[in-house]
Ligand binder design. Sequence first.
Ligand code: THU
Length: 130
Amino acid sequence: MTKEELCRQAQKMLQMAYVPYSHFPVGAAIECTDGAVFTGCNIENAAYTPTNCAERTAVFKAVSEGHRAFRRIAIAGSTEAFCAPCGVCRQVLQEFAPDIEVILVNSRGETMELTLPELLPHSFGPKNLA
Ligand code: THU
C-alpha cells in the first residue's frame, strides 16, 4: 500500500471517531509487515479516563486478530497542526514495533514523517525485561 493510501485510510476513520467531549477526531491506520492494514479512531467516555486514542484502537484491533508485526502507522488529525501520538500510544507502539515509521497527516493532507525512536528516545520496553 502506498503512503497516500495509508493516509487516506487514516483520514477516512475521522468520521468514525466518537468525540462528544473533545470534538477532536483522530483517525489511524497501521500497516503490518505482511501488508494487512487495521484502522482505528478515538473513542471517548463520559468518565474521560477510559478514552481510547485512535492509534491504540488500531493496534489493539490488529493484535487481537493475531497481527503483531508493524511497519508503518498513519495518524490523521482534523486540524492544520499535526496530531502527534500521545505518550501512552508511543509506549504501546514501542511494545510491538520499536522502529515503526510514523506518518502524520493534517487537515490539508500535508504529511510529516517520523520514527518511533525520534518520538520516544531512551525508551523502556520488552528488552529491559529480557
Ligand atoms: N487523541 C488521539 O486519539 N490520538 C492522539 O494521538 C492524541 C489524542 C485523542 C484522545 C481524545 O479523544 C482527543 O484526541 C483529545 O485529546
